[in-house]
Design a protein around this ligand. Structure first.
Ligand code: 5AD
Length: 315
């Protein structure tokens, strides 16, 4: 598509683009907001992502791992509450190799729901085993499409291996979710253009675009929060480029926004609720946020009310 993304991001007045993105959302996604229930099964992680509160260098946090029964029981409660997609999300945890994830996926898929996995980078064979077990989607944000910034924030890892993973997931027939963080050090408009272009090049089915939120336990703890207007502009442009893409209102956006603008003014079409047992929720602190402390049934009711208030229908 022939959009000058940089010019759009720099516009003084973006209101026409918002209107257009809203119209494209309505035409392609109707009035429906899709819901996902996320089970954060482990906050153990072998990675060192500089921005993330549960990275392997973070000190003073209590690590937890849910056992298989807890995970399945949490999924069951979410399904009973009406959720039709369960997301299994965790740090890159060696105690959760592909065959264990696959077993969990199989059990949850048997409940009659779609299963999304968000367990980080794995090799092709691992992704294949998980797909074969019944996972239909995989979330792996590229975080930043600037290879230098990527390398600085992920010591010892490369953007290319991230992209290879995303391409492997695509090859295996997953619906692929990616996304990025806005407000990382050394980012600028040009790097955000690369981020949006990468989403387009990968033809992602889903994209989570979040403001950076500093976590005091990390080396980036003293930086400012990412610019929420810039986040919203990135989401709107992504909607124009990929009309069918599922675009969540990310938890980070809601956190920065204090809960207002619940669906990005009609541009987002997905919202998530936590199905993690309440006792673990505060421990899964990727970034500081007002952790949702309602059980999954109550959260579902809250989402129904929220959707109603904005004239949306919950799915
Ligand atoms: N601010 C915003 N988003 C973050 N993530 C991790 N740390 C932060 C932070 N400090 C996001 C990453 C990751 C997802 C699980 O959480 O994009 O992919």
């Amino acid at each position: 598509m022939n959009l000058n993304i940089k010019e759009l991001l720099e516009l003084d007045d973006f209101s026409e683009i918002y209107d257009e993105a809203k119209r494209v959302t309505r035409d392609n996604k109707g009035n429906i907001i899709f819901t996902r229930a996320v089970i954060e099964y482990s906050n153990n992680c072998t990675r060192n992502c500089a921005y993330c509160g549960i990275n392997c260098m973070s000190k003073g946090i209590t690590r937890y791992r849910m056992d298989n029964k807890e995970i399945i029981d949490s999924a069951l409660l979410a399904v009973r509450a009406g959720f039709k997609t369960i997301i299994l999300q965790g740090g890159e945890d060696l105690e959760f190799p592909a065959d264990r994830i696959a077993m969990l996926v199989k059990e949850i898929a048997n409940l009659g729901v779609a299963v999304t996995v968000s367990s980080g980078e794995m090799d092709y064979e691992s992704y294949r085993i998980i797909k074969e077990a019944g996972a239909s989607r995989y979330l792996l944000k590229h975080e930043t499409a600037d290879s230098e910034i990527y390398a600085k924030l992920h010591n010892g890892y490369t953007l290319q291996s991230r992209i290879d993973c995303l391409q492997n997931l695509r090859k295996l027939g997953y619906e692929v979710g990616s996304g990025f963080i806005v407000g990382l050090p050394n980012q600028n408009i040009d790097t955000l253009v690369k981020d949006i272009n990468l989403l387009y090049d990968l033809r992602v089915d889903m994209a989570g675009i979040s403001p950076f939120i500093p976590h005091k336990g990390t080396v980036l703890g003293k930086l400012n929060v990412g610019n929420k207007e810039l986040v919203k502009r990135c989401v709107a442009i992504t909607r124009l480029l990929l009309p069918q893409c599922n675009l969540p209102v990310t938890t980070a956006y809601t956190t920065v926004n204090g809960g207002e603008d619940a669906f990005l003014d009609g541009i987002a079409n997905v919202i998530m609720a936590k199905a993690t047992p309440i006792k673990y929720r505060k421990l899964y602190e990727i970034y500081p946020n007002a952790t949702q402390m309602t059980d999954i049934l109550q959260s579902r009711n809250n989402l129904i009310n929220l959707a109603n208030r904005f004239g949306k229908i919950l799915a």
